[in-house]
Structures are given as structure tokens and as C-alpha cells.
Design a protein around this ligand. Structure first.
Ligand SMILES: [Zn+2]
Ligand SMILES: [Zn+2]
Length: 367
């Protein structure tokens, strides 16, 4: 009895030391500088928050953009990462859908569900959310993460689901599907060109096939990635190193061009290539994050009946993609090439950042 009482009274004291309030996290320190350091463990700051113990996360091309200094919204001191799966550790008093112990998928976009944009399912522009994780608030490349608006920003994972495959649903699958395939109006029998065979372009290739286009042409500078694209279902590939990609694609399409041109790189040359190859009445769907201005050739396009779309992923299609993955209609695990433990995350960045050499697509980081 006495011993039990003593143990009980001792618990709060032994639970508070600094060990319990810090965690390992990958922190953006300055342009070009990052470190795996001890970082304060996140706490519930609003009743709608949840704290999630991250079990698996990954690195996105956007994280590399942040490290280059391309995204000033992300300040030094920030824990990076906006993708992952985990176990709910704590919930705020207003969280009703989730409880501690629940297995969850983290959306890269946080949504209140109530504001004018959320009401249109444009969660990316939520007035108190949007893409804030690993941007304006601490992210998922850590042992724990605080998820605001938890009820709308987490998705339950059913027992037996493949965690690694689901990490691809936090960002790259919905991004490529919403910004590329849906905005690009891919339809049965259409001709699609995807410029850029990185993880996002390849994810667009996987999800475009849900609509049975007649042809999917992949364009990239890297023959290895084009080989991968063929295995993923590309009907043809074009290496654009010689600057003649537009001519090659026009030749392949009897000088018609493509119905949908998906831009999945984010530089002027690749967007302008889309302008050159889109057919009359076609669609240019931009996915790439652009840091530089791009010329819009209206002198050539003004009478072509085309549409150009831009979008930040809303992740509104996560539940639908979840079902296509669970029923093996698409296999996003094909995108995973490397696996690391959190304490080796700097090696993971090295592999991901030197993809031409390492042939990395997506890397899984296990905490
Ligand atoms: Zn991302
Ligand atoms: Zn909102």
C-alpha cells in the first residue's frame, strides 16, 4: 500500500524532467543549413489540436526548396516535414473524431472545416490552416508533431493497412492527382504529357491511369527516371536534354499536340514546353513550385481555346485515394526507394537531394 502510494506520488515528478519535454527533430537552421537536434516536444495549444507520435515520415522536394531559401514563409528554427503517419498521443478537449492510441494519416494541409475556403473544400487556403505544417508551424520530421484542427486534418488508418504506402497519401498522391490529373481533365482516350519524372510526376503518372488515357508521354532529363516511368505505365518517353522535346512530341501526335500537359518541375523551361505541346482545346495543369517568372506566349495561345490551371493541393481527395490504394488499384509503394531511421535523417536528405546519383524517389524515415 505504502509503496504504491509512494510510487504514485513520485510519478508526476519523474514524468516532468527535460527528457520528457524534448524530442529529436530535423530543424531548418539557415539557408543551406539543417540539423537533427533536441527540440521542445509540442504541446496542445488549442482545444482542436492533437499531438501525434510520428511513426513514419518522408522528405519532399518542397523541403529542399525551403533549405535553398526559396520559401521565406518558413523561418529558421522550424521543424521541417509535412507528410507522415503516426499514433495519436494526446487530444485537445474539442477533438471528437480521434482519441489517444488511434492510428492516423497526417494531411499536409490543415483545415478548420468552417471558413469560407474550407466550405468550398479549398482546404489549402483555410484562413487558419492550409499548408502550415513544416512551413509556418513545426512539422513531421520529428518524434512528435502538433496537428491543428485535428478532426479535419487527420484521417483514420484501418487495422492492417500498409503504413509506408499511406505516407504517399499525405502529399504527393493528392498533389499530383488534384493539381495534375483533375485540373488537367485527363479522360478516357486522351493524350497526356507529364513534364518531369520525379516523385510528383511519377505519382501523376500512377493516378492519371485511373482515367484510362490512351497515351501518357513522360518527359525528363534523366534516363533512369524515364525507365522507371515505363515500368509505371508510361506509353512513351522523351529525354529533353537536347532541347528538341517539343518537336519530338508534336511528331508523336501527328502535329496535334497533347490534350493534357502536366507541369511537374517548376522551372520556366518546363512550363514553356507545356505551352508548346498543348493541343487546341487542351489543358495545361501546373503542379510545380515556381520561384521564377515564366513567359506566357499569348501571341501563340490566344486563339487556341486552352485552359491553364494552378493549384495548391487541398487533399480533399485523400479519402478517395485511400480507397484506390486499399483495393490495390494503384500502388504508391512503387515510389519508395530508400528507408532510414530518424537518427540517420541527414543521410536521407543526402540520398534524396542527390537523386540523379542515388536513384532516389521517395525515402521513408522511421522514427
Ligand atoms: Zn510536399
Ligand atoms: Zn478553414
Amino acid at each position: 500500500m505504502t509503496l504504491t502510494t509512494l510510487e504514485k506520488s513520485a510519478t508526476p515528478i519523474s514524468a516532468t524532467p527535460c527528457k520528457a519535454s524534448t524530442m529529436k527533430a530535423l530543424v531548418y537552421q539557415a539557408v543551406g543549413k539543417k540539423a537533427l537536434t533536441d527540440h521542445p516536444k509540442p504541446e496542445i495549444t488549442a482545444p482542436t489540436d492533437a499531438i501525434v507520435r510520428v511513426t513514419k515520415t518522408t522528405i519532399c522536394g518542397t523541403d529542399l526548396h525551403i533549405l535553398k531559401g526559396d520559401l521565406p514563409s518558413c523561418a529558421p528554427g522550424r521543424v521541417l516535414g509535412h507528410e507522415g503517419v503516426g499514433i495519436v498521443d494526446q487530444v485537445g478537449s474539442a477533438v471528437t473524431v480521434f482519441k489517444p492510441g488511434d492510428h492516423v494519416l497526417i494531411s499536409c494541409v490543415s483545415a478548420c472545416g468552417k471558413c469560407v475556403y474550407c466550405r468550398k473544400q479549398m482546404y489549402s487556403h483555410c484562413t487558419t490552416g492550409g499548408w502550415i505544417l513544416g512551413n509556418t508551424i513545426d512539422g513531421t520530421q520529428a518524434e512528435f508533431v502538433r496537428i491543428p484542427h485535428a478532426d479535419m486534418s487527420l484521417y483514420p488508418i484501418p487495422a492492417g493497412a500498409d503504413e509506408e504506402a499511406l505516407v504517399m497519401l499525405s502529399d504527393i498522391l493528392p498533389t499530383s492527382f488534384e493539381c495534375g490529373v483533375l485540373n488537367g481533365k485527363v479522360e478516357p482516350g486522351s493524350i497526356v504529357a507529364i513534364v518531369g519524372a520525379g516523385p510528383i510526376g511519377l505519382a501523376a503518372l500512377l493516378t492519371a491511369q485511373l482515367y484510362a488515357p490512351a497515351e501518357i508521354i513522360m518527359i525528363d532529363l534523366d534516363d533512369n527516371r524515364l525507365e522507371v516511368a515505363k515500368r509505371f505505365g508510361a506509353t512513351s518517353t522523351v529525354n529533353s536534354t537536347d532541347d528538341k522535346a517539343a518537336d519530338a512530341i508534336m511528331k508523336m501526335t501527328a502535329n496535334r499536340g497533347v490534350d493534357t500537359a502536366i507541369e511537374a518541375v517548376g522551372i520556366p523551361a518546363t512550363f514553356e514546353l507545356c505551352e508548346k505541346i498543348v493541343t487546341a482545346g487542351g489543358h495545361i495543369a501546373n503542379i510545380g513550385v515556381h520561384g521564377k517568372k515564366v513567359d506566357l506566349h499569348l501571341e501563340k495561345l490566344w486563339d487556341r481555346n486552352i485552359s491553364i490551371t494552378t493549384r495548391l493541393v487541398d487533399t480533399a481527395t485523400i479519402p478517395m485515394l485511400f480507397k484506390t490504394v486499399s483495393s490495390n488499384k494503384i500502388d504508391p509503394k512503387l515510389l519508395i526507394t530508400h528507408r532510414f531511421k530518424l537518427d540517420k535523417i541527414l543521410d536521407a536528405y543526402e540520398a534524396f537531394g542527390n537523386a540523379a546519383k542515388t536513384k532516389a524517389l521517395k525515402v521513408i524515415i522511421e522514427t
